[in-house]
Design a protein around this ligand. Structure first.
Ligand code: MOS
Length: 735
């Protein structure tokens, strides 16, 4: 049997290792800052050392005279940056060096370009900046409601229902600012050829990046090409362009030389966004039988003075549980801190910390098991929109997760469970995250050498997009994975989706299927009437697992597509696929589409030495069909690591005098390490959600993080009796 006839249908649902794995582990995968060109120059920005005031004067004479320095840029000589307008999304919309006003510590005020990174760094330190009208910044984390608190969702009469509810919870929860710390630093390598830019960028959205850069640099879109072949992750921090990319491009154009700008780890705490802090008051009202009668969430999130990225803590609140009365309101509080941005599971992740902590408090007040309380409040439909769910198996997440964890053995009394010398705490939390599609275009070539090339202007944030695309093509065409070449990470390709909101995979499924069908149609048109198919029309031909054959015959009697193309002297036939987003789609809007999950957490608490650890996590995830359990489990494991960090470690501290993030390095900004990792058991329910796409695959990049922190905090309460409502949980909270 020829290899073409090997069935490759298990390409979907098989635990295939990453197709780009060998490139990554051998160091051949090229990241943005790996790009080198003859004559490359290095740019290092100078950041403001105040958080509120104005630049009075910049003395760059010493810096400009230092070895290797090409040029020092300030507002006086950088040239024009245009405003972003409606070109795309950007969370820091003020063009760099726009005026003399300083809005946050670290804001770029000058840029040094030199022949080496060391020369540029040394000269950047020699740039002398004087300030005027400096005032003490307001970087308080406590948030007061602004006057413009707005209603985001409402049904029934929540305040009346709360007033008459037999059992209530009324508590306020806070989450701290978290800084994205992907291993790969943000970087830009800008090349200008006299007419057009090629920009090697750390971006989760090459298409948006191109649109915004073209607009702000004042060149046509076709004169900007963005290349992002690999990303060392981003977690949302690389979704939208940041000022350094504009500075690198402007310097490259002015000097006529390629310019590289790598944002340092310290700068990443000020200049490329962060998840902002939130404060949420949650009020729950229930009957004695555990039925919720009222849910009210009033949240405030902090933003910068000049931009407003909403941290939508109510993202999943309105459809999570059944309750006739509900209200969600939001407001923002402005501070002298840099613009915030999306971080993995934006809104829902801090939002669920409050909601799922409050549900645990309600379960205690009612003396009802917290799993049982959630089961009793499972909605039949999305009560906020009055429409059915496309596919929701939250109950099964809770019950199967509980079984796997051994929840039935839980003694609800505080501190009552012990193992050896340690106290065990068991906690649970539920979670949800949106499932949507973005616009996607795909080109697919069947090549005369028997290979298949699939291309789309998307990028792989590190989650496995290369592998997912290869699997989709293998599934649609029945061609072995090894013959499929995936080309992404270049804005010159047909526009593909951004890597955010867990939407890439689901968005690409329909476009790939259409491109594959289109390519096959062209192939059959080519084969019809030729060679062994003389006398046959295209409609009488079929394509099975790489071979063209008569519909009336069998694949084994067919001809490999490479032979058809060679005979026709065609290098390839191309198929094109295009699919639309769900956001404005009437059909898609008939269903409430989300992923769901339940986390079961065990913590160990050793009071004598004040040691708290997360020892065990069982997570049950309902995210549609899982295309690859291996890469899928990776996503959930990584998310659990991030959830442990959110619950126990991560917190960005802004000191009040200068507004600087003082723990702006990997020694002081504590994140989960391998030694902190619990034993993680991931259970995928694997119910295809065919309302979203034909394969029934939803995204899995973010759902695994939602709900982890409250499950840990709930377990901490079970072990210690201390209810921590302000993350992260600190040892001193427990003493
Ligand atoms: Mo994610 S915050 O949508 O990159």
């Amino acid at each position: 049997m020829s290899p073409d006839a090997t069935s490759t249908r298990p390409a979907i649902g098989a635990s295939l290792p990453r197709v780009d794995g060998p490139l990554k582990v051998s160091g051949r995968a090229g990241y943005s800052s790996d790009h080198h060109f003859p004559g490359l120059l290095y740019a290092v920005p100078v950041g403001a050392t105040i958080a509120r005031g104005e630049v009075a004067a910049i003395d760059d004479s010493a810096a400009a005279a230092m070895p290797g320095v090409s040029k020092v840029y300030t507002r006086a000589n950088i040239g024009t940056f245009y405003k972003p307008g409606k070109s795309g999304t950007i969370d820091e919309s003020r063009p760099p060096f726009e005026d003399d006003t300083v809005h946050y510590y670290g804001q770029y005020v000058a840029l040094v370009v030199a022949d080496t990174f060391e020369h540029a760094t040394a000269a950047a330190r020699a740039v002398k900046v004087d300030y005027r009208n400096v005032s003490a910044p307001d970087v308080r984390m406590a948030l007061d409601p602004e006057e413009n608190q707005t209603t985001d969702s409402e049904r029934g009469h929540v305040d009346a229902a709360l007033a008459s509810a037999p059992v209530t919870v009324d508590q306020t929860y806070t989450t701290p600012p978290e800084t994205h710390n992907p291993i790969e630093l943000h970087a830009s390598v800008a090349v200008w050829d006299g007419k057009a830019f090629t920009l090697y960028e750390t971006t989760q959205s090459i298409m948006n990046h191109r649109a915004v850069m073209a607009q702000m640099l004042g060149v046509p879109k076709e004169n900007v090409r963005i290349v992002t072949e690999f990303l060392g992750s981003g977690f949302g921090g690389k979704l939208w362009p940041w000022p350094h990319a504009l500075l690198a491009a402007a310097a490259a154009r002015d000097l006529g030389k390629p310019v590289k700008l790598v944002v340092t780890r310290e700068m990443m705490f000020h200049n490329v966004g962060h998840r902002t802090n939130t404060q949420q008051r949650v009020r729950l009202g229930a009957n004695h039988d555990g039925k919720l009668v009222a849910l009210r969430q009033d949240f405030i999130y902090r933003t910068s003075r000049i931009d407003d990225s909403k941290e939508d803590c109510g993202e999943v609140t309105a459809f999570l549980y059944s309750t006739p009365n509900l209200k969600v309101t939001s407001g923002r509080a402005r501070r002298d801190i840099a613009p915030n941005t999306a971080m993995r599971g934006p809104g829902a992740v801090p939002g669920l910390f409050a909601i799922e902590s409050a549900m645990d408090e309600l379960a205690l007040a009612l003396k009802i098991d917290p799993v049982e309380l959630r089961l009793r409040n499972e909605p039949a439909i999305d009560e906020s929109l009055g429409i059915p769910f496309s596919s929701r198996h939250m109950k099964e997440c809770l019950t199967r997760g509980a079984d796997r964890f051994g929840w039935a053995r839980r003694n609800p009394a505080i501190g009552a469970m012990r193992q050896g010398g340690v106290v065990l705490g068991w906690g649970v939390a539920a979670c949800a995250w949106m499932a949507q599609r973005l616009d996607a275009e795909v080109s697919l070539l069947l090549n005369a050498d028997g290979s298949v090339r699939v291309a789309s202007g998307t990028q792989d944030i590190g989650t496995g997009t290369y592998t997912m695309l290869a699997q989709m093509v293998a599934y649609d065409l029945g061609v072995p994975i090894e013959r499929i070449q995936v080309v992404i990470g270049d804005s010159a390709l047909p526009p593909g989706p951004l890597s955010g909101g867990s939407m890439v995979t689901g968005s690409l499924v329909p476009a790939v299927a259409q491109a594959a069908a289109d390519a096959v149609q062209h192939l059959l048109d080519t084969a019809a009437g030729q060679g062994p198919f003389a006398g046959a029309k295209a409609e009488q031909l079929s394509f099975t697992e790489g071979r063209v054959h008569l519909r009336s015959g069998t694949p084994a009697d067919g001809v490999p597509f490479a032979d058809i193309l060679k005979q026709a002297r065609l290098a390839h036939v191309e198929g094109k696929g295009k699919s639309r987003n769900t956001f404005g789609d009437k059909e898609a809007k008939k269903f409430s589409m989300h992923s769901y999950g339940a986390h079961f957490v065990e913590v160990t608490w050793e009071p004598a030495i004040a040691r708290l650890r997360v020892s065990r996590v069982v997570t049950a995830i309902d995210a549609g069909r899982i295309l690859n359990p291996l890469t899928g489990r990776n996503q959930i494991e990584g998310a659990i690591a991030m959830g442990v960090g959110m619950a126990l470690f991560e917190d960005t501290h802004y000191e009040p005098l200068h507004g600087k993030a003082i723990n702006s390095n990997l020694a002081d900004y504590i994140m989960t390490t391998h030694a902190d990792m619990p034993d993680v058991d991931v259970l995928f329910l694997d119910y295809p959600d065919t309302k979203l796409n034909a394969l029934g695959a939803r995204g899995i990049g973010e759902i695994g993080l939602a709900g982890v922190a409250p499950a840990i905090a709930n377990a901490v309460h079970h072990a210690t009796g201390v209810r921590v409502r302000d993350l992260p949980v600190k040892i001193e909270d427990l003493l």
